[in-house]
Write a new protein. Structure first.
Lengths: 106, 416
C-alpha cells in the first residue's frame, strides 16, 4: 500500500526567513518555497505552473507571488491563480514551527 | 542596362521619382494594360503599399474563426503583422504585432492566448488581451508599464466580418458598412461560421492578381468548372437575372446593389460595390453540377438561382450563394508575391458531415483559385519579358479591370 502518512521535513530556522521574505528548498525532485507573511508561514511549489520559472525569484506582495518570467500572480495561501498567463493553481503545503525550526509537510 | 534597372535608378532619388512615374503615367494609353514597370519595380511597389493601399481596409476573417476569449489571428500584410484577438469582453481588438520592448514579432501564427496573455517569445514581455503591458520581466519595479501597451489598430466588425486598417488615417467605412448590411446581411453572414479556409500565394504582383479577380473574360477558357454553373454575360443572361430577382422577390428578399467602387468611391469613403449575378439555368449554387451544398442562409427559404458579390475596398471580395459564402482576400507580401486567402462560410448551425460535406463545399473555389494562381503567374512571367507591351482590354467584359487600373494610376499620381 502507498505510504500516505504526512512527512514533516525540517527545512530551516525561523530566522532564516525575513518577514515578507521567501526561502526555497528542494526535497528529492520537488522544489518548494516558503513565504513568511505577517500572519504566518505558507508554502507552495516553487515552479510556476505556466512555464519553468522559480517563484522565489519573483515578487512577494500582499499575500501574492508574482512569477518573474511572465508575471503570473498566485495567492500564496491557496495557490490560486489571481492573474494569468498561468491557468493552474500552485500546489500548497502545510508549514508549522517547532521551536526555532520551520517544518514543511510533504 | 535593361529597362527596369534604368527605372529603378531613376526612381532612387525622390526628385526623379515623381518625374519618372509621371512620365510612365503619361505613356499610359486609355483602356490598355499597365506599363511593365508597374509590375516590376520595387520602388513603385513601396509606393503602392505606403501610399496607394495603406488607407484601405483589409478583411481579416469572420468572427467565428476566433470564437473564444483569447483566440487570436495573426494577419500578415507586406512587412506588417497584426494580432486580432477576442478579448475577455468578447470585443474584437487588433494590435500591431510588434513588441514595445525591442520590436520583436510577438505571435508567429494564429492561436490562443493561454491565461489571457500575449507573450513575446524574445524577452517575455507579457500583454493582456486589451493590449496593456501586464508584465515586463526584470524591469525596475517602478517601471511605468502604462506607456508601453501594444499599439491598437482601427478595427470594424460588420456582419461578422473583421476589418482592420494599418493606417493612422483610414478611409471612412460607413458606406461599406451599409453596403455589407444590405447585401451579405440578407445572406445572414453575421450568424455564419467558417467552414474552411485556405490560402495560396501567387508569385505575381498584387495588381495582376486583382486585374484577374475583377474580370470574367478569362472564365470560359480558364475556369471550365466555374463556367458550368455561373452566368457568362450571354444573351440569355437578362432572362436569368429577371428570374433570379423574381424568385428572390417571391420570398420578400431584395438584395441591394451599389457601385461606389474604384474611382466611383464616395469622397473619403472606402470603396463599396455590390451586384447580383444569375447562376446558369437551374444551378442552385456553385457546386460541380449546381446542386445544393449546405443549408440555406439568412433570409432565403429557397434558392433564387443567383448570387451576390460585395467588394470592400480594392482587395476584399465576398461572394454569397444561397447556401454558402466565400471571402476572397488579396494581400501583398512582396513585389512578386500576393496571397489569396479564401474563407468559406456556412450557416452558423450547420454541422459538417451532416449538413454539408467540406470537400464538396470547397471544391469549386479550390479548383478555381488554383487555376487563377497559374494564369496570374503566367501573366507575371509574360509582363516580365522585354517583349511585353501593354495590349487593349476587351470591353465591356474587362470594364472592371480598366476601372481598377484607372483607380490605381490615379491613386499613385495623387501620392506623388
Amino acid at each position: 500500500m502507498e505510504q500516505t502518512d504526512t512527512v514533516w521535513i525540517d527545512v530551516c530556522s525561523v530566522d532564516d526567513i525575513d518577514e515578507g521574505g521567501m526561502h526555497e528548498f528542494q526535497h528529492e525532485e520537488r522544489r518548494i518555497v516558503i513565504y513568511r507573511l505577517e500572519d504566518g508561514l505558507f508554502a507552495t511549489d516553487n515552479v510556476c505552473t505556466h512555464e519553468f520559472a522559480l517563484l522565489s525569484e519573483g515578487w512577494l506582495e500582499n499575500g501574492t507571488i508574482e512569477c518573474p518570467l511572465h508575471g503570473a500572480l498566485f495567492n500564496v495561501k491557496t495557490g490560486q491563480v489571481e492573474r494569468g498567463p498561468a491557468e493552474c493553481a500552485l500546489k500548497t503545503y502545510a508549514v508549522r514551527t517547532e521551536g526555532e525550526r520551520v517544518l514543511c509537510s510533504i | 542596362m535593361n529597362e527596369i534597372t534604368k527605372i529603378e535608378q531613376a526612381l532612387s532619388s525622390d526628385a526623379n521619382a515623381k518625374a519618372s512615374i509621371g512620365s510612365l503615367l503619361d505613356k499610359q494609353r486609355k483602356n490598355y494594360g499597365l506599363q511593365p514597370e508597374f509590375y516590376l519595380s520595387d520602388h513603385i511597389y513601396r509606393l503602392d503599399i505606403e501610399k496607394v493601399l495603406m488607407p484601405h481596409w483589409q478583411c481579416v476573417n469572420h468572427v467565428s474563426a476566433i470564437p473564444n476569449a483569447g483566440d487570436y489571428i495573426v494577419f500578415d500584410y507586406d512587412r506588417e503583422s497584426v494580432i486580432v484577438v477576442r478579448d475577455a469582453d468578447n470585443e474584437i481588438r487588433s494590435f500591431a504585432n510588434v513588441c514595445r520592448h525591442r520590436g520583436s514579432r510577438i505571435c508567429e501564427t494564429s492561436g490562443h492566448a493561454r491565461g489571457g496573455m500575449l507573450i513575446c517569445p524574445y524577452h517575455a514581455w507579457s500583454y493582456g488581451l486589451d493590449g496593456s503591458l501586464a508584465h515586463a520581466r526584470m524591469m525596475p519595479r517602478d517601471f511605468d508599464k502604462q506607456g508601453f501597451g501594444l499599439k491598437p489598430l482601427p478595427t470594424k466588425v460588420v456582419q461578422g466580418l473583421i476589418f482592420v486598417s494599418l493606417s493612422d488615417t483610414p478611409l471612412a467605412f460607413d458606406d461599406c458598412e451599409e453596403n455589407i448590411n444590405a447585401t451579405l446581411g440578407i445572406y445572414g453572414w453575421a450568424n455564419a461560421k467558417v467552414a474552411y479556409q485556405s490560402s495560396v500565394v501567387f508569385s505575381a504582383n498584387w495588381k495582376l492578381a486583382l486585374e484577374n479577380q475583377v474580370e470574367c473574360y478569362h472564365c470560359a477558357p480558364s475556369h471550365p468548372e466555374f463556367s458550368v454553373v455561373h452566368g457568362q454575360s450571354t444573351a440569355t443572361e437578362k432572362k436569368l437575372i429577371a428570374e433570379m430577382n423574381a424568385k428572390a422577390a417571391a420570398q420578400g428578399i431584395r438584395v441591394e446593389t451599389r457601385d461606389h467602387w474604384a474611382l466611383a468611391a464616395l469622397d473619403g469613403q472606402e470603396q463599396a460595390y455590390s451586384n447580383r449575378y444569375p447562376m446558369t439555368a437551374n444551378a442552385c449554387t456553385a457546386s460541380k453540377d449546381g446542386s445544393p451544398l449546405a443549408p440555406l442562409m439568412g433570409k432565403f427559404q429557397s434558392y433564387d438561382n443567383g448570387m451576390a458579390v460585395c467588394y470592400i475596398g480594392p482587395m476584399n471580395h465576398c461572394l454569397s450563394y444561397g447556401d454558402y459564402g466565400a471571402i476572397f482576400r488579396y494581400t501583398p507580401k512582396s513585389l512578386f508575391e500576393t496571397e489569396l486567402a479564401v474563407i468559406w462560410l456556412v450557416r452558423g448551425d450547420a454541422v459538417e458531415g451532416k449538413d454539408y460535406d467540406r470537400d464538396e463545399l470547397t471544391w469549386m473555389w479550390r479548383v478555381t483559385a488554383g487555376a487563377d494562381k497559374k494564369i496570374v503567374e503566367d501573366n507575371q512571367r509574360g509582363v516580365s519579358s522585354r517583349f511585353y507591351t501593354p495590349g487593349p482590354y476587351a470591353l465591356p467584359i474587362e470594364e472592371k479591370t480598366v476601372r481598377f487600373t484607372e483607380w490605381y494610376m490615379s491613386s499613385l499620381a495623387n501620392a506623388l
